[in-house]
Structures are given as C-alpha cells and as structure tokens.
Ligand binder design. Sequence first.
Ligand code: DC
Length: 233
Amino acid sequence: MRTIFAGNSICVNKIIVAIDGYSSCGKSTLAKALAKQLGYAYVDSGAMYRAVTLYLLRHGISPENPAAVAEALDHIAIHFERHAGGNRTFLNGEDVEEAIRDMSVSDWVSPVAAIPAVRRAMVKQQQAMGRRRGIVMDGRDIGTVVFPDAELKLFIIAETDERVRRRFLELQQRGMESSRETVRYNLLERDRIDSTRADSPLRQADDALVIDNTHLTPDEQLEKALEMVRQRV
Ligand code: DC
C-alpha cells in the first residue's frame, strides 16, 4: 500500500488543520477553500477509503472477509494529483475521482472503513502526508487519531435535511441518478456505522471547535474558520 501526495511545501509557521464531521456536512467544501486560502495541501481522507472500496468491489472481494481485504491492501496504491479543477484521486494509476463517488461505493465504504487493517494502512499514509505540516485534512478521525496534535481541530455539523439536500444536489450535478430517500438512508446509515464502529469511531475531539453551517454560506463558513486559523498561527 503506497500513497503519494505531490507538491506539499515546507514553511516553519505552517500548521495542521483537522476537520471532522458526519457525512455531507460541508467538511470538504470548507477544507478545500481553507487549503486554497492558506496555500496548504488538501487531503480528502474519505477518498482513500472510497478508493479501497472501489478496488474491492471491482475484484469481487467481500468487505465481510477482513482477511481477504487485508491481503488486497498490498495491491492497492492510491495517490492524489492537483489539477486546475481540484484534487483528483488515483487508484493504481487510474483516475477514479468520479468512480469513487458512485452510490455503489457509498453503500459499502463505511463497512470497509470499519476494518482495522484498512484503517491502519490509511492512517499511516495520512500521517506521512502531514509530516511537514501545512495541510488541511478532512474525515472522521483526523482530530482524534490521525493528528491528535493538530494545532486546529474543527468539528462541522449541519441539520440532516440540509445535508440530504446538499448531497442530492451534488449527485444530480454529477449526473448520478438517485432519490432523496436513497440519499437520506445512505447518509444516516453511514453516520451510524462510522460513529459506532469499534476502531476509531467518529467523535468530536475534546479540543475541537464546532461550526454549525446549516444556515451559513460557504464563504461565511470559510471566514469563521479563517478567523480560527488566525488565532492559532
Ligand atoms: O468523507 P466521505 O463521505 O467521502 O467518506 C467516506 C467514508 O469513509 C465514510 O462514510 C467513513 C469513511 N471515513 C473514515 O472512516 N475515516 C476517515 N478519516 C474518512 C472517511
């Protein structure tokens, strides 16, 4: 298992910003904008779990067979590339940025992410990416497990109806067929699995600051987060 992030630069004042929260709460939107403003690297840790899930689905490996999943990890190489339109995720050299957003992947990613061998492999790669700091990473365990020493930890929340609305819109914009009911079910089911799994469940770190973005625009949310960064740097 190998993950490479090209183009991270070093600066003495750079910090780590860890962003966690439930599915489709706006973490990635904030993390991307924040990284751009700060000139930091952005890592979508969920994309890594999605890429592993895509590999398993394509190879007919059951997520309910942890031994087979652990063995498959040796054949999986994930890397990110920065493109004009944003980061793209690569699985064994193939651009899978669109494929990993498919509902079939969304349906299986939480059980896959609950497998300890998968988590160990991902966390190791994520920690390596943050070694030089200057990184914004979003996910479920970033402030609690991946970077417990992050200078700024944010926990993002938004009302469920609003999260469903955003996710449904996102899928529509990507041309992916789905119903609101399917989106709601998938979202709540992932929240349930992610927050109740035995290995590093999703939870708010004790020292995380909460942003409720239900009634905030992306710009308002970014401004709040930038103010928090300014207080830390
Ligand atoms: O952020 P996302 O919805 O693309 O993440 C997909 C899944 O990956 C999510 O349901 C749980 C898992 N995940 C995780 O367990 N730990 C992370 N740090 C990031 C994602």
